[in-house]
Design a protein around this ligand. Structure first.
Ligand SMILES: Cc1ncc(COP(=O)(O)O)c(C=O)c1O
Length: 385
């Protein structure tokens, strides 16, 4: 019997081709070229794909590889790709509209079309990695940026956003109040909202943000000739998972087995899978995994995640610290990896699966399996483990 924390997707099938609906969400065209262009950015360096052979042996699989995003852009999380590429995409299409030619990343970065790009002010509401990433993107291209923070955001988080040149507005309320205030002011002042999640009538920017994330997947394909048979990715709204699964689905035939990992209290994808359509989380999203603390999915991702994720699973809060420790103090000579509570969630999920036989079998794991995990954030001030 499959445990209650694991749920199969009745809509997913390996024979379903990556079609137009999926391509609308994650367009694989031009990503290798985008990766080449990114090399113009001084802060850009490919992140490592670490191999954990001792852990693979212990778990009874052939390989475990970890894309270590703790080193992305000197920023500490994969999110940097989304903010930078989300901002770039808006500026690039404005220049394209004006001159009928899309500028290169380098041209925009060097301020070649300031007469068009200079008028943009970017904004978002987020106290976490996404706010910092939009601020970093705006700074890179020399644009003004305003980040809205909920009342109880820590001073450290505010300082990290200000350090990237953004103006910070604290609202007298929670995250939802900050989102509402951000949208109101953006509408009134003509600012551009860079959100990592979609809603009715707003999906082109979240798709550009996900396009940014696909850069890390292109790197993985270049770093790993054989590629994975199984991929476990932690989800908040699903942007990261959609980029990883969508891009691999487009590139591999047959595609790997895809698994989404979520906190028990923020299981919006687990519940959406059961309902067969976007549905809210069963809990209050009160989790230490701050980047995954989402009660609603990003609906634009449904054709990729709703139809392509093979399994959905949840993890408990007590599984986070052991996973962070396992990354930080690995067994038998495996490389050490610094992670945060959301970053290590994929490893927490794999540990859960590999220590329960029924789950291990259900996922089709075995001695020939090659597993891919994403360490989506480093240790961003959570303290040593
Ligand atoms: C470190 C980290 N990992 C994973 C995620 C999940 O990404 P998504 O919300 O796109 O599913 C986030 C989102 O903020 C994050 O900050």
């Amino acid at each position: 019997m499959v445990p209650a924390w694991l749920s199969a997707n009745p809509r997913a099938s390996k024979s379903l081709a990556f079609g137009r609906d999926q391509q609308f969400v994650i367009n694989p065209d031009g990503i290798p070229e985008l990766l080449e262009e990114l090399k113009a950015c001084p802060a850009h360096r490919e992140t490592p794909l670490q191999s954990l052979p001792a852990l693979a042996k212990r778990f009874g699989v052939a390989e475990i590889r970890v894309k270590d995003e703790s080193q992305r852009f000197g920023f500490g999380a994969f999110k940097a790709l989304g903010g930078v590429l989300g901002v770039y995409s808006e500026l690039s299409s404005a220049v394209g509209d004006a001159y009928r030619r899309s500028p290169t990343f380098k041209e925009v970065m060097e301020g070649k079309h300031r007469e068009v790009t200079g008028r943009f002010v970017f904004t978002t509401a987020s106290s976490g990695n996404h706010g910092r990433s939009v601020a970093a993107g705006a700074k890179l291209f020399g644009n003004k940026c305003v980040i809205f923070l909920p009342k109880f955001t820590s001073d450290e988080k505010e300082a990290a956003i200000r350090a990237r040149g953004a103006e910070v507005i604290r609202v007298d309320g929670d995250y939802d109040t900050a989102v509402a205030e951000c949208r109101n002011q953006a509408r009134a002042k003509g600012w551009t909202v860079i959100s990592d999640t979609s809603w009715d009538g707003y999906d082109s920017i979240p798709r550009a943000v996900m396009r940014g994330y696909t850069v890390l997947v292109e790197e993985i394909i270049r770093q790993w000739r054989a590629g994975p048979t199984h991929v476990l990715v932690q989800a908040g709204v699903g942007g990261l998972a959609a980029a990883v699964f969508g891009y691999l689905w487009a590139r591999y035939e047959p595609r790997p087995t895809f698994v989404i990992v979520e906190p028990e209290s923020a299981d919006c994808w687990f519940q959406s899978n059961r309902a067969g359509r976007p549905a809210g989380a069963s809990g209050a999203a009160d989790t230490v995994m701050g980047g995954l603390a989402c009660r609603e999915i990003s609906p634009v991702t449904w054709p990729v995640l709703g139809l392509g994720t093979d399994w959905f699973m949840t993890i408990g809060e007590d599984q986070v610290l052991p996973a962070r420790k396992l990354y930080a103090h690995p067994i038998d000579g495996d490389p050490a990896i610094a992670s945060g509570p959301s970053g290590c969630a994929g490893l927490a999920g794999l540990t859960r699966v590999c220590t329960e036989e029924a789950a291990f079998k259900a996922l089709g794991l075995g001695k020939a399996s090659r597993v891919l995990l994403i360490n989506s954030e480093g240790n961003l001030g959570e303290g040593a483990v």
